[in-house]
Design a protein around this ligand. Structure first.
Ligand code: AKG
Ligand code: FE2
Length: 303
């Protein structure tokens, strides 16, 4: 295909109509057919904020009530940190290695690069939490697909900002929903997730186009490039106590993980439409028993 035609096809595929009713037809129709999937008051509030700003910040208590699962998650992760303390201190030393561009040495994926799926474990249970999925499905207007979940340990490091510490937008889909759940308090020094509200595709600043440079082929913008295009007093720096949960459409401009004085530890999961070609970083067992899962959860797995 000639390159002009190829880029035209790409553009057409990204239009909401084609994306929704062609590329994601069956997921959209199935979602539209569902009945009785009412959002709670708190879930509706998150959805409204997400639609408007591309980001919504709340707490696990507000969303799930005093969740026993959250206590379990936090304690499993803190036990992992204790048993792996030697590996962690080796990696901490490497976190400042700026020669390793592209490998995000400041960020450790505690569950490995590809997570082994176990429907019973606390990580899968969180990624497939009904409340999270209800919000994700409603935001997309279709049944979403879970792409990954993990626990990130971001090391406090020095040196110039790089990779996801710089402003960028993710490119995997028209909408990309990521959840970040803080497992320890995150202050300014712990590299909070930071967002330019309204820069997602549904937002009033969807055409935001700051000056940028290419870092290993990826567009990145520095703080001063961003400031020139979008005033700093509108940036949303998601600092928060342990239990803070952030929903963000990372198709909008964001950055995070620039931890300077304190490590950041959080659970994260990612949802896209089924048509996205985004990599799936989950390894499923040869025979997967999904009998304990709901229809919505099975659809998020689509394996
Ligand atoms: O570490 C962060 O806060 C941001 C990471 C990021 O850019 C992403 O998950 O898309
Ligand atoms: Fe990102």
């Amino acid at each position: 295909m000639k390159s002009g035609l190829r880029s035209l096809v790409k553009k057409v595929k990204k239009t909401d109509l084609i994306w929704r009713y062609w590329s994601n037809y069956s997921s959209t129709m199935a979602f539209n057919r569902q009945s009785g999937a009412k959002l709670s008051e708190q879930e509706s509030e998150i959805l409204t904020q997400l639609d408007h700003s591309g980001i919504a910040v709340t707490s696990i208590d507000k969303l799930l009530g005093s969740s026993e699962d959250f206590q379990v998650l936090a304690s499993v992760v803190s036990d992992m940190a204790t048993t792996r303390s030697e590996i962690l201190s080796d990696l901490r030393a490497k976190a400042n290695d700026e020669n390793e561009l592209g490998s995000k040495t400041f960020n450790l994926e505690m569950l490995g690069g590809e997570v082994r799926f176990d429907a019973q474990d606390i990580f899968a249970r969180f990624a497939l939490n009904e409340s999270l999925l209800r919000i994700a499905d409603a935001y997309f207007g279709l049944y979403v697909k879970l792409r990954y979940y993990n626990v990130w340990h971001t090391f406090a490091s020095h040196g110039s900002s790089r990779e996801s510490q710089l402003w960028h937008y993710d490119r995997e889909d028209n909408y990309i929903l990521k959840v970040f759940l803080y497992l320890e308090d995150v202050d300014e020094g712990a590299g909070p997730f930071t967002y330019a509200p309204g820069s997602h595709k549904k937002g009033e600043y969807r055409s935001l186009d700051p000056e940028h440079f290419l870092e290993t082929g990826v567009r990145r913008s520095t703080d001063s490039q961003m400031k020139a295009a979008y005033p700093e007093d509108r940036w949303m720096r998601a600092v928060g106590a342990k239990g803070t949960i952030i929903f963000a459409d990372t198709r909008g401009y964001h950055k995070g993980g620039e931890a300077r004085t304190k490590d950041r530890i959080m659970f994260t999961s990612m949802y896209t439409s089924p048509a996205s070609e985004s990599k799936r970083l989950i390894k499923f067992p040869a025979s997967l028993d999904t009998s304990s899962l709901s229809e919505r959860q099975r659809r998020a797995l689509q394996c």
